[in-house]
Design a protein around this ligand. Structure first.
Ligand code: NAP
Length: 246
């Protein structure tokens, strides 16, 4: 159980982040539902949690913005005097073939997916070291391990997340703070809705368990990684992908 824990979930207004927020709240955590533009959706997530008897609030912050993240995490530490759990889930895609990809498309994805995770970890880590406990989970992707045509920006960002996770795990381990990554395969969300049917079919052929993943599949894994039961796991990449990478 996660009673009394303060958990920050970035990009929790929909998709995987929403499922993580609901799962952690159901286990007793007070959840900070971060979003960038989708205020109404984030408020609905908070309402859902409260209706189920849980604790949550939302907080707008563009994770790509270093200064905004400093304020975001600083405000929460001031309010709660601690942060037990950080889930870096916020992410975007700007797919294009490499020879057509603009600098803006490349930078936007790196700034949100990779730098965004750095920003929040940067500001949470001092507090977690002081507490001598903490759990960080970063959202990677199968694409960060095997690559994908049309996604050089996204693949680079997720490979970066994996390397950053391992480095952060080494920096923080001596004070009981664990840092792990979850690498989802193809999960049914708005992000994958954008894929063409032929691209989805092609990816389905590579899934031994022969189905798309559900947001709950990821949420349950995150809930385990942030629990007391996972205290001896750090610096790992947990693949939740129906067997795509094995
Ligand atoms: P999604 O449905 O598109 O939701 C993305 C979430 O990220 C939204 O809540 C969005 O909030 C938030 N977000 C985007 N940019 C942000 C920013 N700059 N600051 C704060 N929040 C921001 O995506 P998803 O499919 O649930 O994916 C969630 C994570 O899993 C991502 O990191 C993604 O790369 C990873 N992943 C997904 C899949 C998949 O198959 N779906 C597979 C592998 C990995 P706003 O709407 O408010 O901007």
């Amino acid at each position: 159980m996660l009673d009394e824990k303060v958990a920050v979930v970035t990009g929790a207004s929909r998709g995987i982040g929403k499922a993580i927020a609901l799962e952690l709240a159901a286990k007793g955590a007070r959840v900070i539902v971060n979003y960038n533009g989708s205020k109404e959706a984030a408020e609905t997530v908070v309402q859902e949690i409260q209706d189920a008897g849980g604790n949550a609030e939302c907080y707008q912050c563009d994770v790509a913005d270093f200064k905004a993240c400093e304020k975001f995490i600083g405000d929460l530490i001031q309010k709660y005097k601690k942060i037990d759990i950080l889930v870096n889930n916020a992410g975007i895609v700007r797919d294009n073939l490499m020879m057509k990809m603009s600098e803006q498309e490349f930078d936007a994805v790196l700034n949100t997916n990779l730098k965004g995770s750095f920003h929040t970890m940067r500001f949470v880590s001092r507090q977690m070291l002081k507490q001598r406990q903490g759990r960080i989970v970063n959202m990677a992707s199968v694409v960060g391990v095997v690559g994908n045509a049309g996604q050089v920006n996204y693949a680079a960002s997720k490979a970066g997340v994996i390397a950053m996770t391992k480095s952060a795990a080494k920096e923080l381990a001596s004070r009981g703070v664990t840092v792990n990554a979850v690498a989802p395969g193809l999960i049914q969300t708005d992000m994958t809705e954008k894929l063409s049917d032929s691209a989805k079919e092609k990816m389905m052929e590579q899934i031994p368990l022969a189905r798309l993943g559900r947001t709950e599949d990821i949420a349950k894994t995150v809930a385990f990684l942030v629990s007391d039961d996972a205290g001896y796991i750090t610096g790992q990449v947990i693949h939740v992908d129906g067997g795509m990478v094995m």
